[in-house]
Design a protein around this ligand. Sequence first.
Ligand code: MD3
Ligand code: FE
Length: 198
Amino acid sequence: MQYFPQKLDPGGQSALLGELRRIMAQAPLYTPTMPRSGRPMSVRMTNCGPLGWVTDKERGYRYQATHPETGKPWPPMPQMLLDLWHDVGGYPFPPEACLVNYYAGPAKMGLHQDRDEEDFAAPVLSVSLGDIGVFRVGGRSRKDPTRKLELRSGDVVVLDGEDRLAFHGIDRILPGTSELLLEGGRFNLTLRRVSKPS
Ligand code: MD3
Ligand code: FE
């Protein structure tokens, strides 16, 4: 795992937030539901790029080209995210999906692996905006010990190699720890390659 604290300066964070506002105007945040149980997740989501990660009770976790509620294609990935991927990702093919997670109040994300992609050779790149997220990362087995890391607004994390399949999650958000978002809470953007390059 490569950690780039404050990779985005305050100007970069505001610029990315502007892109995000434009994305959410075209592709509103929605509340995903868990496979089988249909239980709502506490994190709200949207996507940009050719593919988006979605989940619902009936069809479970998957990538698809359209927003599950509007049926419209996801908005394009902002150039600054493509540049960031090129800069720190160290992977010669572009990302196909950017999942936007929004954590408000008590929202959290349980320990999980990201394994809905076809291509585990590509890294996963994460950018945090807004309040601090208490991130937990372990090993490739759920039983492996975990450590905590506070992800701040502007921090970038790149997961590749062995760490690509590490268990990870967000324990909680620390409210009032950033001035970036008027509404409070935390955005995380995760850039991923979904299909094997051909
Ligand atoms: C470690 N999101 O969307 S991003 C997710 O902050 C997700 O919203 C969290 O986990 C968030 O799937 C964490 C950082 C991250 C992303 C992918 C990883 C950490 C990772 C893949 C492997 C190991
Ligand atoms: Fe994840």
